[in-house]
Design a protein around this ligand. Structure first.
Ligand SMILES: [Zn+2]
Length: 1183
């Protein structure tokens, strides 16, 4: 039996799926599974409709009906109810750390496929389900029997009991686990940011930065001033801090290594599973080579210093009291004199909400070369000093008396404030539920906590749009330049008080669909002819209603079972798919998880291997489960690897695990089938034995080289052999330089930055991985990659397969147990436990007039319409762009229907449907009134981050600026009331577009600092591509909270402040989070008592900046701050790294990178300056 390397490009299976014409995937290889495996698929087609979702809320009111379409709903409320920690409270870690019962009886294999009508409340034993099985009392119409039911279909009323499992369970499990890793990992003395390293003075080179920071924005300029940022010696950082490639040649600096490293050395064979003791499995198709003694390796080691990922650490501001020398280039004009009656310079009108505009400051020299005279009079010549207030270090700044503060030409308080917009939205919209019955309704901002009630449109947690009122014609759309896009998160986790999608089972015939466009039955379909037919809301085709689905219409033309059927009354729901939605018309097997652990020298020495094995022992009890089924249907397998691969037979009947070594990595195959993928409970003893032995087996390894592609191939082949989809969890440490397919070379070259070849840094260095990804997608093999690099490992290439299979990448540079294990373990726990749909295909249908034309995210597409995802988890989004192909009408609006076909964690094939109706307009003003800037930024960032693959970064940046200038110019020209051309007028809904756009432009991908590595940029580029709107919002404009204002007696958070150094007080502490990092910034003048309470030390100087967590202290301030941090952690899809920053410490440069309203050390403009630049661009477009 030869299993290797075959059938990767097999024939398309079966006939095209209904509605998924393009869904052609490779065949399943035809491997025969040993019969024993079939018995393990008992949970298949289990009756539980739940997808580990929260219980339905008591507040579900379908009987309210839809407000009439188009009627405005007053969302403003004077009630300033604000519960900023709403989500956090819901997802707060539970007290219990007890694992769930895992030893329940296996689900019977013979579970009838279509027999689950009404069984949900019978089958689910756990107490919670009793509550959940009942529709909320308010939802009377959903209760079987309350509505007239046609005789032909009584069953359908009973099957969509609410999905029974509480999402809280999931988080409970995650947060509650206390795995015994610490016992093997005594925390050594704090290491970390290399505090001992001296920092060379940077002041000598700072002058170069001067005021030339704006040059990138001038179209006449060359590339961004690389020499400015990159020319700076990395002086601000200790070598340990530098994200650049560390010197790699020296021996390990033993003093900095975690003590565990040595503790791990133990006799490899002492446990009785030494290499020589592995019997060859009889079924092995190839001779397996036994593992020989470890090769003498080069003891490669990187700097063990812990590194914040993707935090830029710009050089320090010199303690400079004078101004940056030299005026900016020519053509500078000052602002008009303050006497100008109607300042035509930089005054802004903001449709009322702009705040006070301060008069132009005479001493401020314009910054953009070539800036036209903004006033009617010549401006004074550039003043000899203080050209650039933003470049003045803040410590000095904040100490100046007010009258000595440098004067901006624009009062920063007068320009649109993200904080104010966020607060206003919370106050206005946070107190009332968002009811989705109204077409084209703009939801509250992602930063507002609000309850959603589905009354016919998908919740904004599933779909958000750049605009909810789209132009009727393509000409209008082109004129406005506002991209029409939807950010879709099909499997989003809902808060526990919102109802997850109901599961609808139409039995054998399957879902009702339009004959022509194959759209699924939804609330917008129009029933006609007494209910015998329906007209499709997407393509207008008329389809017969199948007899079993027939129902009479009431006097309004609505089916009388309207409220009894989710697909008629709700925006989101699920259908149970029939066999015709499955490959080869065969229902799928439950998915499998394969853990693949790098056991090369670095991984072993750092303690990583032991940590992973220890964690897996308990984590395996938390595999995703369907509904309230006690035991996960997911089977697991284990592989370790360096230059060769080791497969493990963990069959339950074995006394000890068996290892099979495959050294022929060029021709990967799976040496064992029976016993590789097993049920955790059945094989628990063998698995635990294996996980105990792996760290010992490789404790003395000297092997430093790794392979990578063969690892993925092996996992994929194993899934193929088992005829299932699944996920690979790969833990990898280094550039795969060992001789094997997919071998890579170090091609990092920072000199390419700001050249036309910069794009190659983002491109994979070989097409090998793209082809491999295609094979993985065909198999439903999703790859999650955990990277622990000590040097460049080419994330751009290694990330191809995770990216195209819908997987995730996690990166822990310079991994150290004591500082990074908590973050890694939390990420791993969440990643293993989170909801995932496998082998998924998503299609977005639209009503006539628009169509989906472009897609952004982590997936694979083999045609122009179907988004294929080997895996899609609850955190991943797909951004879809729409274009006109015809005229739209104001009457009918525009409709979207997103259909996701996927296999649940128990192996059930399902369709999740999300519907959304949008308004259409003939007036541009309506477009601008219904935009959502956060979503727009999500789209623009993804657009730009994809653009850098094929374009010079400068081109991408210019394109973004130009598009936004056109958007705003179009508004100015067509929608704003007549006013002086000198005024910048922004649409209310887009007043934050400039500040957020500037944050995107300054991000590490588009404008890297000197210390941002190529890998970091590739990593962030891929990360952002899958982010939802809330994540991009906080990623680009971090949340900054003053901790001294924390109310220790309340759950309310203090008001956030704007991300500018000017806003920081020396006497305060601040918390800053961006979704990847959390900083605690400590001012030099903070009260001693606060320091004592938070850090447990007596003075500022005693605070250790190497802390990775705050000490657990028994005082209310400490408790409150830690609970806020915990809440933030729970709100994000990744565990954020905590970094303590002391003011004026060298680490402060990392922190300042996130003060995004300020000028950045990498050349990014300050908010004020960028706004002026945008104004100039707009004026040019209007003239
Ligand atoms: Zn249709």
């Amino acid at each position: 039996m030869s299993v290797n390397q075959q059938a990767h490009t097999g024939l398309p299976y079966g006939q095209p799926q209904p509605g998924y014409q393009g869904y052609q995937q490779s065949g399943y290889g035809g491997q025969q599974m040993p019969a024993v495996h079939h018995s393990q698929y008992g949970a298949y087609n289990g009756p539980m409709p739940g997808y580990q979702q929260p219980a339905p809320p008591p507040g579900y009111f379908p009987s309210l009906g839809f407000p009439s379409k188009g009627s405005p709903v007053c969302l403003n409320s004077d009630t300033p109810i604000l519960a900023p920690n709403f989500i956090g409270a819901l997802r707060a870690p539970p007290p219990s750390g007890a694992p769930p019962p895992t030893s329940g009886a296996p689900v019977p294999a013979g579970q009838p496929v279509y027999s689950q009508f009404g069984q949900g409340d019978v089958q689910n034993g756990i107490g919670a389900s009793a509550v959940q099985m009942q529709r909320p009392s308010a939802s009377q119409p959903f209760i079987p029997g309350t509505a007239p039911t046609p005789v032909s279909q009584p069953a359908t009323f009973q099957q969509y009991g609410p999905p029974p499992t509480s999402a809280q369970q999931l988080t409970n499990h995650m947060a509650g686990m206390q795995i015994g890793t610490s016992s093997s990992a005594p925390p050594p003395a704090g290491l970390g940011y290399g505090s001992s390293t001296s920092v060379p003075s940077a002041s000598g080179s700072f002058t170069a930065t001067g005021s030339g920071h704006y040059t990138p924005y001038s179209s006449s300029q060359g590339p961004p001033p690389v020499n400015v940022s990159h020319g700076l010696p990395p002086t601000s950082l200790s070598p340990n801090l530098s994200l650049g490639q560390p010197a790699f040649s020296g021996p390990p600096m033993s003093a900095q290594h975690p003590p565990q490293a040595s503790g791990f050395v133990s006799p490899p064979c002492s446990t009785g599973i030494g290499p020589s003791s592995y019997p060859s499995t009889t079924g092995a198709p190839r001779p397996s080579t036994m593992q020989g003694s470890p090769l003498p390796g080069h003891a490669l080691t990187g700097l063990p210093t812990s590194q914040p990922n993707h935090v830029s650490s710009p050089p320090p501001h010199p303690a400079m009291s004078g101004p940056p020398p030299g005026p900016p280039v020519l053509g500078l004009q000052g602002p008009p004199p303050p006497t100008h009656p109607s300042p035509s310079g930089y005054q802004m009108q903001q449709n009322g909400s702009f705040g006070q505009v301060r008069g132009p400051q005479p001493n401020y020299g314009g910054s953009y070369p070539g800036t036209p005279n903004y006033g009617s009079q010549p401006a004074p010549p550039p003043p000899p000093k203080r050209l650039d207030p933003d470049s003045i270090p803040s410590p000095q700044l904040s100490e100046l008396p007010p009258q000595q503060k440098p004067r901006h030409r624009i009062d920063p308080d007068a320009i649109p404030s993200p904080i104010q917009v966020i607060e206003d939205d919370r106050n206005n919209r946070g107190s009332e539920p968002f009811i989705t019955g109204v077409r084209g309704q703009v939801p509250p901002l992602v930063t507002t906590n609000f309850l959603v009630k589905d009354q016919g449109n998908a919740s904004p947690r599933y779909i958000r749009c750049t605009s909810y009122n789209i132009p009727c014609t393509s000409d209008m759309a082109k004129q406005s330049q506002v991209p029409l896009a939807a950010v879709i998160k099909p499997l989003a986790t809902l808060p526990t008080d919102e109802t997850p999608p109901y599961l609808v089972d139409h039995g054998e015939p399957g879902p009702i669909r339009c004959n022509r466009c194959k759209a699924y039955m939804c609330p917008f379909m129009q029933f006609i002819e007494g209910g015998r037919r329906f007209q499709c809301c997407f393509c207008s085709c008329v389809t017969e209603v199948p007899p079993h689905y027939f129902q009479h219409l009431d006097h309004t033309g609505r089916r009388v079972d309207f409220y009894d059927r989710p697909e008629l009354s709700l925006g989101s729901y699920e259908f149970l798919a029939t066999a015709s939605y499955c490959k080869n018309n065969k229902f799928p097997n439950p998915p499998a998880f394969i853990f693949m652990i790098d056991v090369s020298y670095n991984a072993v020495k750092s303690g990583l291997v032991r940590l992973i094995c220890e964690e897996l022992k308990s984590l395996l009890d938390y595999l995703p489960r369907e509904g309230s089924i006690e035991e996960s249907a997911i089977r697991v397998g284990f592989v370790t690897y360096n230059k060769v691969l080791h497969f493990y037979n963990v069959k339950s009947s074995l006394a000890q695990p068996q290892m099979m070594v495959v050294s022929d990595v060029a021709d990967m195959f799976v040496p064992l089938l029976d016993g590789f993928l097993v049920n955790v409970n059945e094989s628990r003893t063998v698995i635990v034995s294996l996980l105990d032995q792996i760290p010992e087996m490789f404790a003395d390894t000297r092997e430093t080289e790794t392979v990578f592609a063969p690892v993925i191939q092996a996992g994929m082949e194993a899934l193929k052999a088992a005829e299932c989809a699944g996920k690979l969890f790969i833990f990898h440490t280094s550039l795969p330089i060992a001789e094997a397919p997919g071998k890579l070379k170090n091609r990092d070259d920072r000199k390419l930055i700001n050249t036309d070849k910069e794009k190659t840094l983002f491109q994979p260095q070989t097409s090998f991985y793209s082809n491999l990804a295609k094979d993985c997608v065909a198999q439903g093999c999703c790859v999650d990659l955990f990277l622990f690099p000590n040097q460049y490992l080419d994330v751009a290439t290694l990330g191809v397969v995770p990216y195209q299979t819908g997987g995730s990448i996690y990166k822990y540079a310079y991994f150290q147990l004591e500082t990074d294990q908590e973050r890694f373990l939390n990420d791993l726990r969440r990643d293993v436990q989170k909801e995932v749909g496998f082998d998924a295909v998503m299609r977005v249908r639209t009503s006539t007039g628009i169509r989906a034309t472009d897609f952004f995210g982590a997936f694979y597409m083999s045609n122009t319409t179907d988004v294929e995802l080997a895996g899609l988890d609850c955190d991943k989004t797909i951004t879809v762009e729409f274009k006109h192909d015809d005229k739209l009408s104001e009457d009918s609006g525009a409709l979207l229907q997103c259909a996701l076909l996927y296999t649940s964690c128990a192996g059930q094939r399902r369709l999740r449907i999300h519907n959304l109706s949008l308004n259409c307009c003939t007036q541009l003003a309506d477009l601008y009134r219904n935009c959502e800037t956060d979503t727009l930024i999500n789209y623009l960032a993804k657009f730009a981050y994809r653009g850098v693959l094929n374009n010079p970064v400068k081109t991408v940046r210019d394109t973004l600026i130009n598009q936004c200038a056109q958007i705003l110019a179009c508004y100015r020209k067509n929608c704003a009331s007549p006013s002086s051309a000198g005024q910048l007028i922004l649409p209310e809904c887009m007043k934050l577009l400039p500040v957020y756009l500037n944050c995107v432009l300054k991000s590490d991908v588009l404008q890297p600092g000197a210390d941002v590595t190529t890998d970091d940029r590739a990593y962030i580029r891929q990360l952002v591509s899958s982010m939802d709107v809330a994540e991009t919002n906080v990623f680009f404009y971090p949340r900054l909270l003053p901790l001294s204002k924390v109310d220790i007696d309340s759950d309310t958070l203090p008001a956030a402040i704007r991300n500018s150094e000017e806003r920081l007080s020396k006497g305060d502490l601040y918390l800053l989070e961006n979704g990847l990092n959390i900083f605690v910034w400590v001012g030099v003048n903070v009260q001693q008592s606060l320091i004592q309470n938070l850090f447990g030390v007596s003075s500022f100087s005693s605070i250790s900046s190497t802390l990775s967590t705050l000490p657990v202290l028994e005082n209310s301030f400490s408790k409150r701050v830690r609970s806020i941090i915990d809440m933030f952690q729970s709100q994000r899809s990744r565990y954020m790294k905590l970094i303590i920053v002391k003011q004026e410490d060298k680490l402060e440069m990392l922190f300042k990178h996130f003060l995004v309203e300020d000028k950045s050390m990498s050349g990014g403009a300050s908010y004020v300056d960028f706004l002026c630049h945008m104004h100039k661009e707009i004026r040019q477009l209007l003239s």
